[in-house]
Design a protein around this ligand. Structure first.
Ligand code: MTE
Length: 323
């Protein structure tokens, strides 16, 4: 397994205050990106992934991705790192402790309740989601607001496909996601400094951008609990915290949703959270990042390297104000 730098690891801290906790986060680093060698869409590796549980379930064997680099030529991050270095605060804030605490987390049966401003509200089981929406591989960079990044081969489907079936009404302007809330099973939810459940949101045009997917797998395998099983959002041009895990509820709404991070620290986390090397986090620079598995830092790319695909979404907006 790739050696981590101690500076990537959020220390175990006592939660004397949310500020102290958030301050502790400042020493860490994170996030993601895309890859793939497809002709029309550079993010598709060209494979339609069958909805089979996995290519291999044998412990110690790295499962398969059909690609080995992203569309910029960045190598995909090792499977071991992707499944063992995680942010999932419902379990713990210790990135390397999530895997142990999440081991027995039950993710089937699982239902996602979808409603709000839609003509066709519905509650869908994870099995039905897998049946209805066939997964394809997308190799994306993921860039964490903490300053680290990975390149991950996801299996998922465009969120736009689900939205099309729901038929949002004309009043719907945003989409709001909620993660599971179950403090009995999720030890991190006993930490009341966070306004559980984890909530995130997107503008409707962001949600229907082709890059935005709901992921059910990575590296050709079903998602493991630590990566947000059974279904999570992946929005590769935004900081990783927007990519909400283990989703149980989706609502179409007319007002901008308030995310857990906006609620916790409004001066530090905005709604948009677009990767932007020239807008620093109030307590650290966003100019560079460390790719997990590498030791030196690399420049952070505007919109995490997806400028061509998403710049038009923010035309006329001040990205310093709308951070
Ligand atoms: N979703 C939930 N429900 N809870 C979390 O703590 N952490 C976010 C995001 N989604 C988080 C979450 C953060 S900060 C990051 S960087 C990514 O998940 C990490 O995803 P990964 O562990 O699969 O790499």
């Amino acid at each position: 397994m790739t050696k981590k730098l101690s500076s990537d690891i959020t220390p175990e801290i006592s939660y004397s205050s949310r500020r102290d906790f958030i301050k502790a986060l400042g020493v860490a680093g994170v996030s993601a990106a895309v890859l793939a060698a497809c002709k029309q869409k550079p993010f598709l590796s060209g494979e339609e992934i069958p909805n089979e549980p996995s290519l291999t379930d044998e412990p110690g064997i790295t499962p398969l991705s059909s690609g080995t680099t992203d569309e910029l030529g960045n190598a995909i991050t090792s499977y071991d790192d992707v499944i063992s270095y995680n942010n999932f605060y419902e379990f713990t804030t210790d990135k390397e402790g999530v895997v142990r605490l999440a081991k027995n987390f039950q993710t089937n049966p699982w239902e996602v309740k979808i409603g709000g401003l839609v003509e066709k509200p519905q509650t869908i089981s994870i099995d039905e989601i897998r049946r209805r929406y066939s997964a394809e591989e997308r190799i994306y960079r993921m860039r964490c607001v903490e300053g680290w990044s990975m390149v991950i081969p996801w299996q998922g489907f465009p969120l736009a496909a689900l939205l099309e079936d729901l038929k949002p009404t004309t009043e719907a302007k945003y989409i709001r996601f909620e993660s599971i809330y179950d403090p009995k099973e999720l030890p991190g939810q006993k930490n009341l400094y966070y306004p559980w459940p984890y909530v995130e949101g997107l503008r409707l045009d962001e949600a229907t951008n082709d890059l935005t997917i709901l992921a059910t797998g990575l590296y050709g395998k079903d998602l493991l609990p630590q990566n947000g099983a059974p279904v999570r959002l992946v929005v590769p041009w935004k900081y990783g915290f927007k990519s909400i895990k283990s989703i149980t509820k989706i609502d179409l709404v007319s007002e901008m949703p308030v995310s857990l991070w906006m609620d916790s620290a409004p001066n530090e986390y905005g709604f948009y959270a677009n990767v932007n090397p020239s807008v620093d986090h109030p307590r650290w620079s966003q100019a560079t990042e460390r790719r997990i598995g590498e030791f030196s830092r690399r420049p952070t790319l505007m919109f995490n390297g997806y400028e061509k695909e998403v710049t038009a979404l923010y035309e006329g907006m001040d990205l310093n104000e709308n951070f």
